[in-house]
Design a protein around this ligand. Sequence first.
Ligand code: TYD
Length: 132
Amino acid sequence: MNYELIDFNVMGDETGSLVAIEGLGNIPFEVKRVYYIYGTTSNAVRGRHAHRNLQQLIFCPVGSCEFTLDDGAERRTVRLQRPNQALYITSNIWREFSGFSHDCVVMVLASEVYNEDDYIRDYEEFLKEVRK
Ligand code: TYD
């Protein structure tokens, strides 16, 4: 399946840690948008959509969270639980986020500005499009 878990270099000393992300530097796209999600309830399921044309890098800088990824052929679950690890996903992957720790913050870097037309929010429609 077309996703990648990327471990970023941690620059730190005894006073703390720092992770730096540079568009077209240590990630393969220019960042046009950043959004973050917090205050999620432990039983919440978010996402439940795919994108037609979007690259995203997803971090859990605080806490942990589970991502179920589906490309229409198979389903995989990955858990983000380290502040320097990110999930890189591109188009045509159905994603669901769940298993939020009480303190979870999900931070997403995206290659495009928000565009509702880029979303596929119906699972049957998603299967139709990826199987074309
Ligand atoms: P949505 O993408 O459905 O959230 P999630 O995938 O976490 O379940 O977005 C929730 C709402 O926020 C929806 O009304 C669209 C809006 N939104 C924006 O206005 N801009 C954005 O960049 C994002 C990601 C969402």
